[in-house]
Design a binder for this molecule. Structure first.
Ligand code: ZN
Length: 220
């Protein structure tokens, strides 16, 4: 086990909770940070707080409400519908959001003495966010190191795996049931299996079905 400290960028969703469980296996000391940017559902923050408590990790909440000011989107304003046209960025898109989150996480990591930063971004189910791509994360890693004269290492355990494989990872970490029941991915703020109708629920359920199907096949 790595004896150094790690900071997990954590939203209370399936991906970042899987990353948190992964980090707890890999690093001796783990803390988490959640960004409060006026999410559509306060449930998201409560959910993150709850999970951090369950997993006994220190939980930082940083106020990022300035994002609201920079790019009002469907995630932060109730009067805008969530739409996602084929080939276009979803209306939840906030340009540069991950750039900002990871940069602030870097500053916090410096303050708490964490060398490792973990984020659940993924290029496989690439939804059009350029600052979630591997090349960007590597580039920011260099910039953060230069900006603070540090040797941070940004880890992206989900970068090259799909949703089904993320469920498989949760299972291998012994936490499939926990993640299925306690994390929040749903745009309508329903914890666990969610509302079942929104794009986030559809993606999550599709991945879960795929994994459970392949597991069943493997057992036989
Ligand atoms: Zn939903």
């Amino acid at each position: 086990m790595n004896q150094e400290k790690a900071l997990v960028v954590f939203s209370g969703g399936q991906d970042s909770t899987t990353c948190l469980l992964w980090a707890k296996k890999e690093f001796k000391e783990v803390e988490t940070v959640t960004f409060n940017y006026g999410q559509r559902h306060v449930a998201e923050l409560d959910c993150a707080k709850e999970i951090a408590g369950d997993l006994k990790v220190h939980h930082h909440v940083l106020d990022m409400s300035l994002l609201n000011q920079l790019a009002p989107s469907a995630l932060t304003r109730n009067d805008e519908a969530i739409t996602h046209e084929e080939g276009e960025l979803p209306s939840t898109f906030v340009p540069g959001r991950n750039l900002l989150f990871l940069s602030f996480a870097g500053v916090l990591a410096k303050q708490i003495g964490a060398k490792h930063i973990i984020t659940g971004v993924c290029e496989t189910d690439f939804s059009g966010y350029p600052d979630c791509r591997d090349i960007f994360v590597k580039s920011l890693n260099v910039s953060l190191n230069l900006s603070m004269d540090e040797q941070f290492v940004i880890h992206t355990p989900l970068m090259w795996i799909n949703k089904a494989q993320t469920w498989e990872m949760a299972d291998r970490l012994g936490s499939l049931k926990y993640i299925r029941e306690n994390t929040l991915t749903c745009y309508n703020g329903v914890i666990g299996d969610g509302c079942g109708d929104c794009p986030a629920c559809e993606l999550r359920q599709k991945g879960l079905n795929e994994y459970l199907q392949s597991k069943k096949g493997g057992d036989e």
